[in-house]
Design a protein around this ligand. Structure first.
Ligand code: PPS
Length: 576
């Protein structure tokens, strides 16, 4: 593509990828260099550095640029740049480096992606970074949490020479570099392009909003969703991209284009909006849509928002002339039933009825299988969402029993197993204490450390079973609360989790002493025996508590079936 055709779109693009000879030279030399295995976030940052999406950056920020970005939102030379792109490492790794050192930057498989020439090594004052960049030092902000609790303590700055881009096997045709996007625009004759940033599935409101934005400024549309790191709990990008592909058909032919952006978002609100605009400018767009609460991190636990709903618009407005990207601001779009159309909330006539469905409400409708109305989204989007978010009655779940040895966990679990098989529809796996100790944990004893490893293994297997929409019944003693809660968090990401406390008093367990273990424990022959010489932490979060002195195994299993039914995981009347 001749240069003059590409020029109208965006400024100078940095390209950090070296030619083959230089790449071979760097690889050869790197045998003597230390290697740094990039974290997920660093991989995404490096990819966008390499492709020029972060132009004018040529590497990870040095200390002077970093200080300046944190305090003034500008690089040392005055160029507007709102987000510190830093290479955080451990203190041990940094110890072996000095200015002028070379480092091989590698992916998780050990493939060398780039060479870094170290210019600066410093220990950042993270509190200042948090307050300067995100306006808060609260670890409830996901990026601040990352900064304080995940990022390394030392930063290393320096120029990057790129050898190869991180490998992605998914949606390759849609992963376009800034240069590729510019070339497409030029080929299609798109002189004005408005970009839409998103980390969510697109529903009718988004399509209406983007169509309006494009019409308002007389531009074509680039749908530019983030497929790097977004907010925890977001819909996975595979589902989203399939849905975007479907939604693309809703635009007039040849007016809109879809490209994927492998960005690690920080959820930094106003500063992030400016960053997003710079990245889009690098992709050659002329306009950028900023809606309500752009790149917002959600609220504090007390309900207060981190940023005002239109703070991002205000900040970008101040800088749009300097950036050369025009902002297209949007208010919240709501559905006006009488007119069967979407309007920005400030254009809705007084007294007119509006409808909207929140993210939480949408998730609940998916979980219960309730209808998702056509005024809200398109059937093809619903279809994609339902494929990955089936109703609870089709999701997998784990029933996790905890209780003393001899409390009756296994007996009840076996009764429940049979009842669930009778109901049918999902495969059931019983991970009884003894089964697990034989097949997964035969080398482990009963120290706290070993018990925790044992329970973690059970949790991992149960989470996989749950993810694959089966049923896992786990029945170990699991005496420690923290590890039970860890499992609960892991499993709940994928489906249901019900904690059953088999609350049989120690005296009763001891009286029963079916295996003769209590007698041995009392005699000191077995050490670290739960309830006798080892602790049992009573759960405070049990969903079902069973006292086997008043309830038969059959009744107990029935209680659990009822609890599962109430939670929606078993639908005994409907389709199984
Ligand atoms: S844990 O704590 O969850 O890892 O224990 P778990 O895997 O469920 O194993 C408990 C069974 O092992 C037998 N056993 C002991 N239990 C507790 N403490 C000690 N020291 C011990 N040594 C052996 C005991 O039979 C437990 O089986 P259940 O079925 O619970 O009675």
């Amino acid at each position: 593509m001749p240069d003059h055709l590409i020029k109208p779109h965006g400024g100078e693009l940095v390209d950090l990828v070296v030619d083959e000879d230089r790449a071979a030279e760097l690889k050869e030399a790197s045998r003597d260099w230390p290697s740094w295995d990039l974290t997920d976030r660093q991989l995404y940052d490096l990819e966008l550095l390499m492709t020029g999406a972060f132009s004018p950056l040529r590497g990870f920020l040095g200390q002077a640029d970093y200080d300046s970005v944190v305090d003034t939102m500008r690089l040392g030379d005055g160029t507007l740049w709102p987000m510190p792109i830093t290479l955080d490492v451990t203190a041990e790794f940094a110890d072996g480096l000095e200015s002028g050192s070379r480092v091989a930057l590698r992916d998780a498989e050990g493939v060398m992606l780039a060479a870094l020439t170290v210019s600066d090594i410093w220990t950042p004052y993270k509190q200042r970074e948090a307050e300067g960049v995100f306006g808060t030092a609260s670890a409830e902000h996901p990026a601040v949490d990352y900064l304080f609790n995940t990022a390394g303590d030392v930063y290393v700055g320096g120029q990057v020479e790129a050898i190869q881009r991180p490998v992605h096997y998914d949606f390759r045709a849609l992963r376009l570099t800034p240069a590729e996007v510019r070339t497409r625009f030029a080929k299609m004759g798109w002189r004005k392009v408005v970009a839409f940033q998103t980390r969510n599935p697109m529903h009718r409101a988004h399509v209406e909003l983007t169509r309006r934005a494009a019409a308002e400024v007389g531009a074509n549309l680039l749908i530019h969703p983030v497929v790097g790191m977004t907010k925890p709990g977001d819909v996975d990008h595979y589902t989203r991209v399939r849905a975007y592909q479907a939604v693309l058909e809703r635009y007039p032919r040849q007016t809109a284009m879809l490209a994927l952006l492998p960005l690690a978002m920080r959820m930094g609100g106003p500063r992030e909006a400016v960053w997003h605009a710079i990245i889009r400018k690098n992709h050659g767009v002329t306009h950028f849509i900023v809606g309500r609460d752009h790149a917002g991190p959600g609220n504090h636990s007390n309900g207060d928002p981190f940023y005002g709903p239109y703070d991002a618009q205000e900040l970008l407005k101040q800088h749009e002339a300097e950036l050369g990207v025009e902002m297209v601001p949007f208010k919240l779009m709501v559905y006006v039933e009488d007119r069967d159309e979407y309007l920005p909330i400030d254009e809705v006539p007084e007294g007119v009825k509006t409808l909207s469905i929140s993210g939480t409400e949408l998730r609940e409708r998916l979980a219960t299988g309730r209808e998702i109305p056509e005024w809200f989204t398109y059937p093809e989007v619903v279809k994609e969402l339902r494929r990955t978010h089936p109703p609870r009655s089709k999701q997998g779940f784990t029933v996790f029993f905890t209780g003393l040895s001899g409390s009756g966990k296994s007996t009840i679990a076996n009764a429940l197993l049979v009842k669930l098989l009778e109901i049918g529809g999902r495969p059931v796996t019983l991970l009884d204490g003894d089964i697990v100790r034989k097949n997964l944990s035969s080398e482990l004893g009963f120290s706290k450390e070993h018990r925790d490893i044992n329970i973690r293994r059970i949790g991992f297997v149960a989470s996989e079973i749950t993810k694959h929409r089966g049923i896992a019944l786990c029945a170990p003693i699991a005496p420690y609360d923290a590890i039970r809660k860890e499992n609960k968090a892991m499993i709940s990401q994928y489906g249901g989790y019900i904690l059953v406390f088999v609350d049989t008093p120690l005296e009763v367990c001891e009286q029963r002493d079916r295996k003769g273990l209590y007698a041995k424990a009392r005699a000191g022959i077995i050490k670290e025996f739960t309830g006798i010489s080892d602790p049992y932490e009573v759960p405070d979060d049990a969903d079902v508590t069973i006292d086997t002195t008043v309830m038969s195994p059959e009744e107990a299993a029935n209680e659990i079936v009822l609890a599962l039914e109430r939670a929606g995981y078993i639908d005994v009347n409907g389709e199984r």
